[in-house]
Design a protein around this ligand. Structure first.
Ligand code: IFM
Length: 718
């Protein structure tokens, strides 16, 4: 891990003096910008992520952090000029190329390039989360280079940029630049420039218009671009012309006003208020900003581990999507959460084929998935420069139950029960069939699952991984709930679920992570390194496998996902046991552990870990942010806030609230969507104020549910 302090020095949350000549309106809506000039932004530190500095290694991190995404397209926040080490990239959701494990997101035409002579030596870059815009201003120049760009939330695929600089320093150059991959074609259409990148069957096309101007000594440029993409055939540039012309007709300033209004509406519905912890509040908003940004344009949504913010993991979809991002989106953008389930449903045939190829029934989902739904996990990788076989594609089978869980979770949180009983039903049934054929029943009638890898990937080819078995058990029971009570197959599922071993030891209250885990060398992280740390790099793969050190919550994930399947009261014992053994070597780990600690009534410890998660990308804690944002961390952060600290869960159509605030937070406010309602909780140590835009059944702690219409104050009798 990198030294976070060193990295923090390169970034500043401090307000850096902005030229405040423009008057600002609520929500940072600027006015008074002269025609064609770059408008000023609100420099409210509660809403802005700021970067200054000249460290080139930080630039690739910054361009990841400043990715702008909307409507299924995203642009990395690279600077406009060709800069050393810069990796500009435009990606579209679901647009993959290549075959097998080589499937990866196809880069599209780039739209942010400018010729700046000389380029700024030092600048201030500001991501304004409230308005959804990225602004840049050169430092130390009387007539500075300034740019502002955004991805239109209300117009899928439309992006816009304005730039200005002193005379002789700014040249527009081509509005679109070709990516280095795929077959690229370019041309002109109705007076606009277009460019298209295609490979295999998929492709992305962009149509652009730009104009230059001057205001005294200042040269200006305005560029508007519309993207279109197709996963199955070459996209037709003409398809984007109408969107481009509509945007151009509206004009840049009104497009910007529309953008600010769209983001204001988002923040009105979903937000966090932690008055005593402005840094945490800002970082949670940063997480929400990027969660919203992955929402797509179509009926299905493939969310890769790094979203669309970089080439990391080739855009492959892991359980990160189903179990970390989806539960967050269920309360932020329910349609996007639903679309994520639809992505899986539409790949059910591939999952069935995989199960059949293994001689098993039902459907087995791939550990890494892309366009086709076949397994795309590479077979080999390297660790610390040494080649290594990657077994997750063959063995990390819990993904099959995770996918079913995601469908059920979306249905439960949104109240869309018809979805589970309708379009998602085959997914739950077929995954249960898979487990039914995968389990082996021993002579004593106990069922086992062998040769798997659990979420803790430091131990491979294990038998009876508690998380996998409990998730399979949940999957079998969930499927049984979806068939008629007298269905014979449903009865068999229930009987098998009851026989599945889960490694629970009633004496200690602990689950054994897998058969034989308790006999491993009882190492803890104390004396090895301060987490988060990649323990496999420190100790080596084989040595690590002989110890009890784990990468990320494994047993604890069952407490997180299916608490109703866990032995009552067992969370605490397992937190105590597995916590000190966890290296947090995965970006998924700190936020979810924080969520569980909060739920267990240990909010101070939870806050410590939450802080790690909050800066994981902002401070590049893993050294991998340059290749993309860690979307699962963002999902985990929102889950930690909402289901951990605010203690909000949905059970049987009731919003259950059981908050746990750290002593340093005098209050916590969360706004979110649930059960078809907009909900606002204002939590203090004394009470929870609930507001909804319609009738909602709410239960506080162990109290009785009550119907809240409009608003209610629920005292916390602690
Ligand atoms: O899905 C994760 C896994 O749990 C740990 N390794 C990285 C994957 C992608 O983020």
């Amino acid at each position: 891990m990198d030294d976070p302090d060193r990295r923090r020095r390169d970034r500043t949350f401090e307000a850096v003096a902005f030229d405040r000549c423009a008057t600002e309106m609520p929500h940072g809506v600027p006015h008074g910008a002269r025609d064609g000039r770059v408008p000023r932004v609100d420099d409210d530190p509660a809403w802005t992520i700021r970067e200054t500095g000249t460290d080139p290694s930080r630039h690739r991190v910054t361009e990841t952090l400043f990715t702008l995404g909307a409507g299924g397209f995203a642009t990395r926040g690279s600077v406009e000029e060709d800069a050393p080490g810069s990796v500009p990239l435009v990606l579209a959701e679901g647009i993959y190329t290549g075959t097998g494990s080589g499937q990866h997101l196809l880069p599209g035409p780039q739209w942010t390039g400018l010729v700046l002579r000389p380029p700024p030596e030092e600048d201030l870059r500001v991501l304004d989360l409230r308005a959804g815009v990225l602004v840049r201003e050169e430092i130390g120049h009387t007539c500075p280079v300034r740019t502002l760009r955004f991805a239109c939330v209300s117009r899928p695929g439309v992006v816009a940029m304005r730039a200005e600089a002193g005379a002789g320093r700014l040249r527009a150059g081509p509005a679109l630049r070709s990516p280095s991959e795929g077959q690229v074609t370019e041309g002109r259409l109705d007076g606009h420039t277009w460019s298209r990148a295609t490979a295999d069957h998929a492709g992305m096309a962009a149509v652009a218009t730009q104009r230059t101007g001057r205001d005294g000594e200042v040269r200006t440029l305005e560029r508007i671009v519309a993207y279109t993409a197709d996963p199955a055939r070459r996209p037709v540039p003409r398809d984007a012309v109408a969107a481009l012309e509509a945007a151009r007709e509206l004009g840049f300033d009104r497009l910007l006003a529309e953008q600010r209004a769209a983001w204001a509406a988002r923040w009105e519905a979903v937000d966090v208020r932690i008055p005593d912890d402005p840094q945490a509040q800002l970082a949670v908003r940063f997480a929400l900003f990027h969660l919203w940004s992955v929402a797509g344009r179509g009926e299905e949504l493939a969310v890769g581990a790094r979203g669309l913010s970089g080439g990391g993991y080739a855009g492959h979809v892991f359980w990160d999507a189903d179990v970390f991002v989806l539960p967050a989106l269920a309360s932020v953008h329910p349609a996007a959460a639903r679309a994520m389930v639809v992505y899986r449903i539409r790949r059910l045939a591939a999952a069935r084929a995989r199960a059949a190829a293994l001689g098993l029934s039902g459907a087995r989902f791939p550990w890494e998935s892309a366009a086709t739904g076949e397994e795309v996990t590479p077979a080999r990788g390297c660790l610390g420069g040494e080649p290594l076989a990657i077994l997750t594609g063959r063995m990390e089978e819990h993904i099959t139950a995770d996918v079913a869980w995601a469908a059920a979770h979306y249905a439960r949180w949104s109240g869309d029960g018809a979805f589970l009983a309708g379009p998602a039903r085959p997914l739950v049934i077929e995954t249960a069939r898979y487990w039914a054929s995968r389990c082996r029943v021993d002579g004593e009638g106990r069922a086992h699952i062998g040769e798997v890898i659990g979420p803790d990937e430091y131990h491979e080819a294990v038998t009876d991984n508690a998380f996998t078995n409990v998730m399979a058990r949940w999957n079998l029971r969930q499927a049984a709930d979806l068939v008629a009570p007298d269905c014979e197959e449903g009865r068999r599922w229930r009987a098998l679920a009851d026989r599945l071993v889960d490694g629970y030891d009633p004496t200690s209250g602990r689950y054994e992570q897998f058969a034989g885990y308790f006999r491993l060398e009882p190492l803890t992280m104390e004396g090895i390194a301060v987490p988060p740390v990649a323990a496999d790099l420190l100790l080596g793969h084989e040595r690590l496998a002989a110890t009890q050190i784990i990468k990320q919550p494994d047993v604890l994930m069952l407490h997180h996902l299916v608490p109703e399947e866990a032995e009552e009261g067992s969370l605490e014992a397992n937190l105590d046991f597995y916590g000190p053994r966890t290296a947090h070597g995965s970006s998924l780990s700190p936020a979810i552990t924080a969520c569980l600690l909060a739920r267990a009534g240990r909010p101070e410890e939870a806050l410590d870990l939450l802080r790690t998660a909050l800066v994981l990308d902002l401070d590049d804690l893993t050294g991998t942010t340059a290749t993309g944002l860690h979307m699962a961390t963002f999902g985990g952060v929102w889950q930690a806030l909402l289901t951990g600290f605010a203690g909000a869960r949905v059970r049987g159509g009731i919003l259950c609230v059981d908050p746990r605030l750290p002593a340093s937070w005098g209050s916590l406010g969360v706004r979110f969507l649930c059960l078809g309602r907009r909900v606002r909780l204002d939590i203090t140590p004394e009470a929870v104020d609930v507001r909804t835009d319609g009738a909602l059944r709410v239960r506080l702690g162990a109290g009785d549910p009550r119907e809240v219409i409009g608003s209610a104050r629920l005292p916390l009798g602690r």
